[in-house]
Design a protein around this ligand. Structure first.
Ligand code: BJW
Ligand code: ZN
Length: 237
């Protein structure tokens, strides 16, 4: 299973691409790259701090909640998300891999020390300086993956393993344009999984889907989950 920003759209968090997308309002290169942080650390920090506040104010929606029930339904089930908002976990999902990191934490650019964002935001400085054990004084940055950066160690490996192992691969709320995440759909398809896409719009990856639900995740995912549970109960007799 692979999710993207569209799954959080009904929680009031904007997506990146499309007419109302974040990248239509600001330049990706000005915020979501290591070079941007190097050039304008204060602006980048403030922009993410504001997004963190929006994420905190948001609540998981019916789509997030439905996916919690998939845990335990399929033996190799893993929720691979590109989202940094933590809403899957707040809904109750535990088997989650965050391919693009998380905005719930900040980390030091020098020593890698990790700090909860709600604590980082109480520290002086924009961005604040590292005051961990070593107190190395490096800048704290959001613990997210920017363009041109490597994904968190082991994340893609776990994601590929689950995409190869499952009978069903669900793709919800992603435009399928950012790699290597989008490549998982092809991995699953090649491994023989049934690929299901949930997205009101056609995407770069729609051609790889066997089944498409052209609906918002908050409507399609609860219904799909109910149908799977009913089928499960029937097949158990
Ligand atoms: C709904 C809905 C509703 C709306 N219900 N659906 C191969 C080819 C070419 C380039 C590359 C390549 N491999 C790697 C690259 C470079 C680059 C890349 O992919 N570029 C592409 C743009 C081509 N990738 C990287 O740099 C990655 N790192 C990497 O590969 O390292 C190794 C390497 C380094 C250098 C060179 C080469 C290799 C890292 C990518 C990091 C992405 N980071 C971001 C920002 C995170 C922090 C932040 O939030 O600010 O992650 S970018 C942004 O896009 C964010 C998202 O996770 C990601 C994906 O977006 P997503 O989730 O799909 O959202 P949208 O908005 O695109 O789509 C939303 C969808 O929802 C739409 O389809 C709607 O229709 C739908 N929707 N309402 C259901 N209610
Ligand atoms: Zn440090």
């Amino acid at each position: 299973m692979l999710t993207g920003a569209g799954v959080s759209a009904e929680s009031g968090l904007g997506t990146f691409r499309g007419a109302d997308g974040l990248w239509n309002r600001v330049n990706v290169e000005d915020y979501a790259t290591p070079e941007a942080f190097h050039r304008r650390p204060a602006e980048v920090w403030r922009w993410y701090a504001e997004r963190w506040r929006r994420m905190q104010a948001a609540a998981p929606n019916a789509g997030h909640q439905a996916l919690v029930r998939w845990e335990g339904l399929f033996p190799s089930y893993l929720l691979v998300t590109q989202n940094i908002d933590g809403l899957h976990q707040r809904a109750g999902s535990r088997a989650v891999v965050e391919l693009h990191g998380t905005l719930r934490r900040a980390r030091c650019v020098s020593c890698g020390a990790s700090v909860e964002m709600h604590i980082a935001l109480t520290l002086p400085g924009e961005p604040p300086r590292c005051s961990g054990g070593e107190a190395c004084g490096g800048f704290l940055r959001p613990d997210v993956v920017w363009f041109g950066e490597m994904l968190p160690a082991g994340a893609m490996e776990r994601a590929v393993e689950s995409a190869e192992a499952g009978d069903v691969f669900l793709v919800a709320g992603t435009s399928g344009t950012v790699f290597p995440a989008a490549g998982l759909i092809e991995v699953a398809r090649r491994a023989g999984a049934l690929v299901i896409e949930v997205n009101p719009e056609e995407t770069a990856m729609s051609g790889l889907a066997h089944l498409r639900f052209a609906e918002p995740a908050g409507a399609a995912l609860p219904r799909l989950t109910e149908e799977i549970l009913e089928w499960r109960n029937r097949s158990r007799g």
